[in-house]
Design a protein. Structure first.
Length: 390
């Protein structure tokens, strides 16, 4: 349980540093800066962080932003709040503020790689507080909001994506991971990065696809094999894989099956192909790869059908999202590959909106099933479930 006295002491200390001694404001706005560290502390408390981490969240900018006359030091924080809190605050304090923006940000990303889990959690809350405010401001003011920043829009957003990617790479089970994924997705939309995915996605033949192949995201820096990527589509003749951090499309497969398309089922087509291949008696060795490919596709189809028959929906939660109160449903299943789906009701249809729900972001509120269907269409929802989770 948190000690109220220590939290109150931290709030008073941070308020004096940011508000009383300098009337510090949020960048480009007439809003008291103290709202930011208090938000960070609130996010950490909701993430069930321990007391020292929450206090460090409230104090995290005091060393970096204190004035010359009222300079806050590591020793001062250690004396008042203990060594653990002081170490956490120092870990997220930007050093060498006289260096160029590019050098400071590069060092900051490298520094994250040495963080403890408590420091990663503190940094995550800081990122979430900053980027939630950024995305909300962008919705209202557009590109103009970047005029008050020290770097152009593209550089600023790219840096934020790299920070998120680094945090998640070093601690994928971070309690705030869902919120970081959500914000990375919105950063890509903010800079119209969808065109990057469309233009740079590698296109290969379906038969050349290998789950062990390595993918790299040029946008946020994520690297991993195909199995770890986000599967936008994974059928027996088409695969589309995206970066699990920023959702940029990294790989697409294409296969010309025009010779095989007829009115029979896909399974029937594969059986016909296999029979035709076997009938090539004298040149069967030359067609061995084709035969192996057909068998592989046939087995994958069988597994897919078996999984689809056994997938059960275990939970549904309903929300209103954003300023426009968009109805959203979160569906959980007992299938590891389809464990979580988030769908939004837009233009009279249910569409995949995003992979993760921003659980700690205030522009999503939970509603009842009855309220959800008042704003959507129950019959279309049931049809959608049959199609998506058949």
């Amino acid at each position: 349980m948190f000690q109220t006295f220590n939290l109150q002491k931290a709030i008073k200390f941070a308020t004096k540093t940011h508000e009383v001694y300098q009337k510090q404001k949020r960048k480009g706005k007439d809003i008291a800066y103290i709202t930011h560290p208090l938000t960070v502390g609130l996010i950490l408390s909701q993430a069930q962080a321990k007391e020292e981490v929450v206090i460090a969240g409230i104090l995290h900018d005091t060393i970096e932003d204190s004035t010359e006359e009222k300079r806050v030091s590591y020793e001062m924080i250690q004396e008042r709040f203990g060594r653990e809190v002081a170490d956490l605050v120092l870990s997220v304090t930007e050093q060498n503020k006289g260096d160029s923006w590019e050098k400071r940000k590069e060092e900051a990303v490298e520094h994250i790689k040495s963080f403890s889990e408590d420091s990663l959690l503190l940094k995550s809350a800081d990122v979430i507080a900053n980027l939630t405010e950024l995305t909300n401001d962008y919705d209202k003011g557009g590109d103009k909001i970047f005029e008050s920043f020290n770097a152009p829009k593209e550089k600023s957003l790219f840096h934020h994506l790299r920070v998120i990617q680094t945090i998640l790479s070093y601690w994928p089970y971070n309690p705030l991971a869902n919120d970081l994924h959500y914000l990375a997705y919105h950063l890509t939309k903010m800079n119209d990065f969808k065109s990057v995915g469309d233009d740079t996605a590698e296109i290969i033949d379906y038969d050349d696809y290998d789950e062990e192949d390595i993918l790299s995201c040029l946008l946020c820096g994520w690297q991993g094999n195909c199995e770890d990527a986000l599967k936008n589509s994974y059928d027996d003749d088409y695969i589309e894989l995206a970066c699990p951090i920023c959702y940029t499309v990294l790989l697409k497969t294409e296969q010309d099956n025009s010779d095989y398309h007829d009115n029979t089922s896909e399974e029937g087509q594969l059986e016909t192909e296999l029979e035709d291949t076997d009938q090539e008696g004298v040149i069967v060795s030359l067609n061995r790869k084709k035969k192996e490919d057909i068998i592989k596709r046939f087995n994958k189809l069988r597994k897919k059908e078996e999984k689809a028959q056994n997938t059960q929906i275990t939970n549904e939660e309903f929300y209103l999202y954003g300023d426009n109160d968009i109805p959203v449903v979160e569906i959980q299943t007992d299938d590891d590959e389809r464990a979580l789906g988030l769908y939004a009701w837009q233009n009279g249809e249910f569409n995949l909106k995003m992979q993760y729900l921003p659980r700690l972001i205030t522009n999503a509120i939970r509603i009842s099933r009855e309220e959800f269907f008042e704003k959507t269409d129950k019959e279309k929802y049931e049809e959608f479930l049959k199609k998506e989770y058949k």
